[in-house]
Every structure is written in C-alpha cells, then in structure tokens.
Design a protein around this ligand. Structure first.
Ligand code: FAD
Length: 304
C-alpha cells in the first residue's frame, strides 16, 4: 500500500502517463520478468526528482531507482512503494566542445551516436550496451577494454531528502562494476562526459566492429539482463559455465544460453523464481567442478 496523499500530490504536477499504479515491471526490464510496482513514476527533470524525493520522505514511501532495466531481475511479487524510472522524459543530450552532458534517462547508444556525429572519441565501447547513462554510471558499465570510468567527468545526483550533490570523477569510487551510488543510494540525474576530438570514420569503424562482435557472440534474440555473473578473479564466468557443461541447462522458462554460457535468458514465460533457481544451480555446479564462487552481476530486487 502506498499513501494516497503521496499519489495525489504527485499527480498534481505529473502528466497522467508519467505516474502509474500497479505497473507490471516485466514491461520495464529487458528480462521481461517482474511483478507489479505499487507506483511507477517517470521524472522529467532534476527539479522534479527533488520534489518527488521530498514527498517520498514526507510520506515515508520507500523507493527503488531504475534506468532501462537491463541489469536487474525484479522478483515475482514486484516492488513495494515507489519506482523512479529514468527514461525518455529525462533524456536530454547536449554537446559542448569535447564534453557531453546527458540526463540520466538518455540511452547509452544514443549518447554514443551523438558523440560519433560530433566527431568525439572515447564512447565507442558503449554503443551496444542497452542501458541508460545513469545505470551505466551506477554499474561503471564497460565492454571491449572501455569503461564508463574512462570518460566520466562529473555526476549530479539527488539524495533521499531531495538535496542535489555534484560528484567529481575522483569521488565516485569507480571500480569493476562499482560506483559510490551502490552504497549511497542517490539518484544520478545528470552525467558529464569528457571525450576527445576524433575522426568520424574511425569512430564509426570501431562502433561497427564492436557491434559485429556482440551480435556474433551474444544471444540478443532472447530477453536477458546481459552477463549474469561478475567476472571472477582470473577466470571468465561464461567459460567456466561452458566447461562445466551447463549450456542449455533449463529451470522452468529460464535457460543458460546455448549461444553464450555467461547469459541466462528468458526462453519463454520465465518467472524470477526460475531465474534465481537456475542461478543457484549454476553457482553450485561451478563451485563443485572448479572451486570458484560465481557472484551475480544482475541486481535482484523486489519481493519473492
Ligand atoms: C544484451 C545485454 C548486453 C549487455 N552488455 C553489457 C556490457 O557489455 N557491459 C556492461 O557493463 N553491461 C552490459 N549489460 C548490462 C546493462 O546493460 C548495464 O549494466 C547497464 O549499464 C545498466 O543500465 P540500466 O539503465 O539498464 O540500469 P538498470 O538495469 O535499470 O539498473 C541497474 C542498477 O542501477 C541503478 N540505477 C539505474 N539508473 C540509476 C540512476 N539514474 N541513479 C541511481 N541508480 C540507478 C538501479 O537501481 C540498479 O541497481 C548488458 C545487458 C544486456 C541485456
């Protein structure tokens, strides 16, 4: 249950389609899995985000932040309280010399495209990562020897009391799939990237190469949340899982991809419970075969 007054106050300044009750989260995750959120809001600006957080604090409404939902598994009973989803309404991208400022809901592929069009190099690695720029900072997403930490200059975020903070790159505690936001719980609202001048033909060639590699290796034809597990020190999760003979292992509708063992895919009507049971089974068998503990990269949220 969510306070009626909270919903009414939010409705007073949000357009009808930017506040939804009992919204199925399977519509908002790339896994296409997840029960309903009590209330889902799409903010359109940082000021609006501050206002929503202040109201959530006043009415003691718990909140969960989401970007494009490409690195989460939402459990089957959904999410209590408020989900704040940074999406299209908050996706402005601005270029200023070699800097790009993007609002949290801008898609990484769109920011990479703007960089390429503006002859800016440094973000080619990100062109095929299907997340928002906010989610990419939160995860310090990376691919093909590039990571968000190579290009972030600063981040503006809003805390749970609705206060704005500016974090220069050095304060972001960026590491392998880690940023300070995993501990402080603040909402990333705007990201400034520092890129370098480059040649458009070379930038596009790189992007094309990365896209071809991704399409050849990854099961992009089925819903997933990307790599299920973090890379264990000294190994590759996908290789370990493959060597354990687990490609195609299935629990309910969840399956270890036959194309890339590092991906769990939704092969048809999978529940979050199916995915979690499959994850546990993969962890158990890899531990037994190799003595390596696989840790999920996918963030598991909501009620079981
Ligand atoms: C097919 C496929 C391929 C992928 N390939 C890669 C890859 O090559 N490299 C890689 O690193 N990842 C990859 N991913 C995973 C995923 O795309 C990245 O982790 C991405 O950065 C997540 O962004 P998102 O907006 O979807 O975040 P979400 O999944 O919505 O959220 C992820 C986490 O970030 C938090 N979060 C999101 N937005 C904000 C915000 N504005 N403020 C504060 N917290 C926020 C959420 O609370 C959540 O804990 C892949 C996923 C898929 C489905």
């Amino acid at each position: 249950m969510i306070a009626k007054e909270f919903v009414e106050k939010c409705r007073s300044f949000l357009e009808a389609n930017r506040i939804r009750l009992d919204e199925p989260m399977k519509l908002h995750t790339t896994f296409q899995i997840g029960g309903p959120a009590d209330c889902l809001i799409f903010p359109a600006s940082m000021e609006e985000t501050e206002r929503i957080f202040k109201l959530a604090a006043e009415y003691k409404v718990p909140f969960t932040i989401l970007g494009n939902g490409s690195n989460v598994l939402v459990r089957d009973k959904g999410i209590r309280g408020l989900v704040i989803k940074f999406d299209r309404p908050m996706s402005r991208i601005e270029v200023d010399g070699t800097r790009i400022r993007a609002a949290a809901g801008a898609m990484l592929k769109d920011v990479s495209e703007v960089a390429a069009t503006s002859n800016l190099t440094g973000l080619e690695f990100a062109c095929g990562i299907p997340g928002s720029i906010g989610g990419a900072v939160f995860m310090n997403a990376g691919a093909y020897d590039g990571e968000m930490q190579d290009v972030i200059a600063s981040v503006k975020a809003v805390d749970s009391r609705g206060e704005v903070h500016v974090f220069p790159r050095e304060e972001l505690q960026l590491g392998y799939r880690h940023s300070i936001f995993q501990e402080n719980g603040e909402a990333i609202c705007e990201v400034e990237l520092a890129l370098a001048a480059g040649k458009q033909s070379e930038i596009r060639e790189k992007m094309q190469g990365f896209t071809e590699r991704r399409e050849a290796k990854q099961p992009l034809e089925l819903p997933s949340a990307g790599s299920t597990f973090k890379r264990p020190e000294g190994y590759f999760a996908g290789t370990l899982i493959d060597q354990t003979g687990l490609k195609g292992l299935t629990v309910g509708g969840a399956q270890v991809s036959k194309k890339h063992a590092g991906f769990v895919v939704n092969a048809g009507e999978a529940t979050a419970e199916d995915v979690q049971n499959l994850i546990h089974e993969v962890q158990r068998r890899v531990r037994e075969a190799h003595g390596v503990e696989l840790k999920p990269e996918v963030r598991i949220i909501g009620e079981a």
